[in-house]
Design a protein around this ligand. Structure first.
Ligand code: ADP
Length: 173
């Protein structure tokens, strides 16, 4: 008898702001180890979610590079935020494996919530200094290899901050 398989998750690449992804069930934070606010994505997410997010994150911190933890999204239009700590390039080794672990762990944690969609920023490519070409390749390779294990996630969106970053990711898709 033929097994009927559900459709696999699709990857979307868009230019945008990670805090403006109202149709994503989960957004991913490019967090710091203490899961605090700060610059870049983490600052934007904490400002948009409101002070309850810092409160909810406190007992979950600190986290290690490559790990992912989940919290409510509070004032954000999403159901949850998954906080991933990417590697600081040149310090946290092996950086490729740690970056891949972020994407894989976030996807598996999201799928456990039985949601349909997740949006990622380009983890580690800002303050943490990961070269963007290499980060794009690792992100997309890891997402593609994780897709067959996902039960409910059907949309995986990479939210790139500008057109130049989108072009880099499109080149690696
Ligand atoms: P990290 O500390 O992991 O490097 P950053 O937050 O500094 O994380 O940056 C990660 C990537 O996200 C960078 O490419 C940066 O340009 C981009 N970025 C910054 N703010 C936003 C935002 N609001 N939405 C989407 N991407 C963003």
């Amino acid at each position: 008898m033929n097994e009927i398989k559900p459709p696999l998750a699709q990857i979307e690449l868009v230019v945008g702001d990670i805090t403006q992804q109202a149709d994503a069930d989960i957004i991913v934070n490019a967090a710091n180890a203490q899961l605090e606010s700060g610059g870049g994505v983490a600052g934007a997410i904490h400002r948009a979610a409101g002070p309850d997010l810092a409160e909810a994150c406190r007992p979950l911190a600190p986290i290690r590079p490559g790990k992912a933890v989940i919290s409510p999204a509070f004032r954000l239009p999403n159901s949850y935020v998954i906080h991933c700590l990417g590697p600081v390039y040149g310090r946290d080794e092996p950086s490729d494996t740690l970056l891949a672990n972020c994407y894989r762990n976030a996807l598996l944690l999201a799928d456990k919530q039985q949601v349909k969609s997740i949006a990622f920023p380009a983890i580690s490519t800002g303050i943490f200094g990961f070269p963007k070409e290499k980060a794009a390749e690792i992100a997309l390779r890891t997402i593609k290899s994780s897709i067959p294990s996902l039960q409910t996630i059907r949309t995986i969106r990479m939210v790139l901050f500008d057109q130049a970053d989108l072009t880099i990711f499109e080149g690696k898709l």
